[in-house]
Write a protein that binds this ligand. Structure first.
Ligand code: CA
Length: 416
């Protein structure tokens, strides 16, 4: 499978495009108008390619006869994030008190199911719940763009057409198989869909029918979605019973290995002077691990094992994998402190979704149009933040951090 657009998808919700179906995306009059004639010619050419050989004529005609290209997608394909999200911002949004509480509630609500899934696939239920929480906010945010239209468009226009043609063929295969109803096959602009946010080709390889109704329905069935996630991790090499790793403390002046790929046994790390974050010795049963330093030797440090790597394979980002791993630890215990023992190397930490909503509400009160305060910092909110940063004499970078929030709280009634 390819994860080429998985990172983009998660970050897209934070940096580029609204992920909610209720947010209109057709208001921008600068969107490219794509040629229907060119699109039809492209589709006709695709029909005869090997990728679509398993799609019947009936399926093909049914879903492509009246298909129109979606011009709003290409700018998203080409747009780069304004900046790389610092690790502390990424973690603050993905692992906040709200998601930990929601994760604990979901864990309790679905525990009998999670135990069944664990007995079949061997994956820690807390990790399965955490993936669910980050990928779709426990099934609540799954994207509203029709996959056939999005992937058809991306198969014929823009970069990476070969990649998207495979996904387009896979989406048609899903419909032909009858796993998901046509009106439910909606997702992100790049084609990740359902509660697991699988790409269609991943779905074909990985999704399972766990509730036994004959359909692999990762959109409408929580049992199918959670079991499919567990199956993905299982196929990626998850090792039953192994911890993902833990936060650790480096000795002063540490200058050794700093990649999670360079794995060693616990004796090696003990000899390096590394301890648990609280200073206690490393647990003797730690599996082979590598050292993950998201912000170098000055921030939190982690020893991570094979199971961390399987989470990484779900979405090729170490910050993503760390968010899932940390969330699973918090879901599985009752520690109220959600930060790491070693603080991030910044004097301006990131905001939780609740704090983002407060920031958006404060900006709104100042007269900025930021859309609905949804806790996701999109383009409109960044424009408003930049304006306020300029007015307040702060560095103008459009970033939502604690300093910006504090400045707005100090003058809640001011209008720009
Ligand atoms: Ca099913």
């Amino acid at each position: 499978m390819s994860n080429a657009y998985r990172l983009t998808l998660t970050l897209a919700c934070l940096l580029i495009a609204p992920c909610l179906t209720s947010v209109a995306h057709a208001q921008d009059t600068t969107l490219p108008v794509l040629s229907q004639t060119e699109f039809n010619q492209c589709l006709a050419g695709l029909r005869h390619g090997d990728s679509f050989a398993r799609i019947s004529d009936d399926t093909w005609k049914h879903y492509t006869a009246n298909l129109t290209p979606d011009g709003s997608i290409l700018p998203l394909l080409d747009k780069q994030p304004e900046f790389t999200l610092p690790a502390w911002d990424y973690m603050a949004m993905l692992v906040d008190k709200e998601r930990v509480a929601d994760g604990r509630a979901a864990y309790q609500q679905w525990l009998p199911l999670l135990r069944q899934i664990q007995s079949r696939y061997g994956v820690d239920p807390a990790i399965v719940v955490s993936v669910w929480g980050v990928e779709s906010n426990f099934g609540k945010i799954t994207g509203g763009r029709p996959l056939v239209q999005s992937l058809g468009t991306l198969s014929c226009f823009g970069r990476r057409q070969a990649y998207f043609r495979t996904e387009f063929a896979s989406a048609l295969q899903i419909l032909q198989n009858g796993d998901i109803a046509p009106d439910k096959l909606n997702g992100s602009w790049a084609g990740a869909f359902g509660q697991t946010q699988f790409m269609p080709s991943t779905f074909l390889h990985t999704a399972v029918d766990f509730d036994g109704d004959g359909h692999r329905d990762v959109v409408g069935s929580v049992p199918d979605a959670l079991a499919s996630t567990a199956n993905f991790l299982h196929q990626a090499g998850y090792r039953t019973g192994e911890p993902w790793g833990l936060e650790v403390k480096l000795p002063a002046g540490y200058a050794g290995s700093s990649t999670r790929k360079n794995k060693h046994d616990v004796a090696y790390w003990i000899a390096q002077g590394i301890t648990q974050a609280n200073g206690k010795p490393l647990p003797p049963n730690l599996p082979d691990t590598g050292l993950l330093l998201p912000t170098g030797t000055q921030g939190p440090a982690f020893l991570t094992g094979k199971n961390f790597d399987t989470i990484y394979s779900y979405n090729a980002s170490e910050n993503y994998a760390l968010a899932i791993a940390q969330l699973s630890t918090l879901v599985g215990n009752h520690n109220d402190s959600i930060g790491f023992v070693t603080p991030w190397p910044t004097d301006d930490p990131g905001l939780s979704r609740a704090e983002n909503r407060e920031l958006q509400t404060l900006l709104q009160a100042r007269g900025y149009d930021i859309g609905m305060p949804d806790g996701l910092i999109g383009a409109k909110t960044r424009v408003a933040i930049r304006a306020e940063q300029g007015r307040l004499g702060m560095p103008v970078d459009g970033r939502a951090g604690q300093k910006m929030l504090a400045a707005l709280r100090a003058q809640p009634g001011a209008t720009h």
